[in-house]
Design a protein around this ligand. Structure first.
Ligand SMILES: CCCCCCCCCC(=O)SCCNC(=O)CCNC(=O)[C@H](O)C(C)(C)COP(=O)(O)OP(=O)(O)OC[C@H]1O[C@@H](n2cnc3c(N)ncnc32)[C@H](O)[C@@H]1OP(=O)(O)O
Length: 209
């Protein structure tokens, strides 16, 4: 089912409300991984969540929100798993375009736990994949990740600020390479990444049609 809005409904207001819902679901997910509630309480909460899930599914889209330009002209992808304000899976990452490349202040959550008390390596890799891809895209050479190499130097904490950065390093034909890091605010590197991004032949063919 598609989400047809009632006439006069302000879509931006609805999306803002959806972003608040997504944030509440992030809080809910942390509550789930941290709760010590007893079995009856857990079962009771689950029943309420089943009902809430059904209410949302009464007006279900076929797919998450697509990339688009917001009314103020900024690019956004509200359904994205890394940056989407309307996707509870996303932190969401807010990426700044800097003279060097891309940067984001971020704070992981208890739901990102991998090894006890630190962030799962796959989650760090996902964030770096996106940051590198953003740096490549904003250099004007958008592409898909071909390879991503990660070096885990120190465990990444959750519940405290860390910084993600990325920048392109070289380009050759449809290939662009980028490096990035997740670091402590004092610059101590925790995770380093190098990626190869390839502008798909399909995109090049579509652009020349
Ligand atoms: C502002 C917005 C910011 C958005 C940021 C988003 C960041 C998120 C990025 C992602 O996570 S993307 C999702 C993960 N990646 C994928 O799903 C990619 C899946 N693979 C493909 O779609 C295609 O294989 C690919 C586009 C990578 C390449 O297809 P092509 O048909 O364009 O490649 P082609 O076969 O013509 O090969 C071109 C060159 O690339 C090389 N190549 C292809 N795939 C490769 C690969 N995977 N790794 C390394 N090299 C590769 C290939 O050998 C060749 O090298 P040479 O020119 O030197 O001969």
């Amino acid at each position: 089912m598609t989400m047809d809005l009632a006439p006069g409904h302000d879509e931006e207001t609805r999306l803002a409300a959806l972003a608040v819902l997504a944030q509440q679901v992030r809080e809910l997910m942390d509550a789930v991984v941290l709760t010590e509630a007893d079995e009856d309480e857990v079962t009771s909460v689950t029943a309420e969540l089943v009902a809430l899930t059904e209410r949302l599914n009464d007006a279900r889209r076929e797919r998450p929100l697509m990339p688009e330009f917001a009314p103020d002209g900024t690019f956004r992808h509200l359904g994205n798993a890394v940056t989407g304000a309307c996707n509870p899976h996303a932190l969401p990452l807010v990426i700044e375009h800097t003279p060097e490349g891309s940067q984001a202040d971020l704070e992981f959550r208890p739901t990102h736990e991998g090894p006890p008390n630190s962030v799962h390596g796959g989650v760090s890799a996902m964030i770096l994949d996106h940051l590198l891809g953003h740096a490549v895209a904003t250099s004007g050479r958008a592409g898909m990740t071909g390879t991503l190499t990660i070096r885990y130097r120190q465990p990444v904490p959750y519940g405290r600020p860390v910084v993600g950065t990325a920048a392109t390093t070289r380009a050759e034909g449809r290939k662009t390479w980028a490096d990035g890091t997740i670091s402590l605010p004092d610059g101590t590197p925790l995770v380093e990444a190098t990626g190869l991004f390839i502008t798909p032949s399909l995109w090049v063919e579509a652009a020349s049609d």
